[in-house]
Design a protein around this ligand. Structure first.
Ligand SMILES: [Fe+2]
Length: 318
């Protein structure tokens, strides 16, 4: 059996439009393989004219793996995997106007994210994607070699604002901190399917380069954060109603300007679970407050935290 899947590149380094697929029904194995390959090769794929409901989106997402539930987004009771972004005058967009890959404060950030567009503003509200593979490739070999050995600490920074300053809010935040201790991810991530290297630090969630002084870490992070903003490695997606986009969260970053506010923009999102990032230097570690072993790390080394590193225990930590 053949298939009619067509893949048309829309930007030099990432982004392709996929035609010949109806996401409202189950894809054949051949169709799925073609779509999967297109995602691996192009990092972001776009489908148009896909009138699909949440159930159909969830079914398509599950072809790529188990779905994840976002700890800080309001979830639907019967479909906790579904996040609804219904932004309008009364519900301004929150925190998407900064370069990031999704949920890197988790030990296992998502493999990818899918958005289905329902209501699109007359202007504005695009999503800009950057290939962090291209960002890495554009660096000098000297810089690449230097970065290959580094690891960075990630944190739920943005979401801390949601807890408020009161005692209850702080107590809830502590609970989340225990559940999501700061992970250490490689600065250069190796894609588990393509084997390509990508820059894996982002201004939304990366707070510190490990084993560097604060001023060194800040200077280097500022430089690395600027790489996503280079227009040549980007694809800017202009949404239409019934457009559907799937991005590989391991090798891309995105930025969604809030420039459409107060117009309405309504998208439905699902997220696919990912694996633990690894880089050229090997496995990553958790950084966790642990008074019993805190002597192992100096406060200065870890940005003022009393901290120690220990390998991830999959049973307990994930
Ligand atoms: Fe995002």
């Amino acid at each position: 059996m053949g298939h009619n899947v067509e893949v048309i590149k829309v930007a030099p380094h990432l982004g392709a439009e996929i035609r010949g697929v109806d996401l409202s029904r189950a894809l054949s194995d051949e169709e799925f393989a073609a779509v999967h390959d297109a995602v691996m090769e192009n990092e972001v794929v776009v489908f148009h004219d896909q009138k699909i409901n949440a159930e159909q989106q969830i079914a398509f997402g599950k072809r790529f793996g188990e779905l994840s539930v976002h700890p800080f987004s309001p979830n639907q009771e019967d479909t906790p995997e579904l996040i609804i972004f219904d932004n309008n005058e009364d519900n301004p967009p929150f925190g998407t106007d900064r370069w990031h890959s999704d949920e890197t404060f988790r030990a296992e950030p998502p493999l990818g994210t899918m958005l289905s567009a329902k209501v699109i503003p007359a202007y504005g509200g695009n999503t800009i994607f950057a290939s962090m593979t291209a960002a890495y490739d554009a660096l000098s070999e000297t810089m690449q070699n230097f970065l290959d050995d580094l690891e960075a600490i990630h944190d739920m920074v943005l979401f801390r604002k949601l807890f408020g300053g009161g005692e209850d809010g702080l107590a809830t935040m502590r609970k989340y901190e225990e559940q999501y201790p700061n992970p250490v991810h490689p600065v250069v991530r190796i894609h588990p399917v393509t084997g390509k290297k990508a820059l894996f630090v982002n201004p939304q969630f990366t707070i510190r380069i490990k084993n560097m002084r604060e001023d060194e870490s800040r200077t280097l992070l500022d430089f690395l954060f600027r790489q996503a903003a280079i227009p040549e490695i980007q694809y800017r997606h202009q949404w239409k109603a019934d457009s559907f986009v799937f991005w590989d969260n391991r090798s891309t970053q995105h930025y969604a300007p809030h420039d459409y506010f107060p117009q309405r923009r309504y998208l439905e999102r699902i997220t696919i679970k990912g694996d633990r990032p690894f880089g050229p230097a090997g496995p990553t570690y958790f950084l966790q407050d642990n008074p019993e072993t805190s002597a192992a790390g100096s406060a200065d080394e870890f940005g003022g935290h009393r901290a120690s590193i220990r390998p991830i225990d999959r049973e307990k930590d994930i």
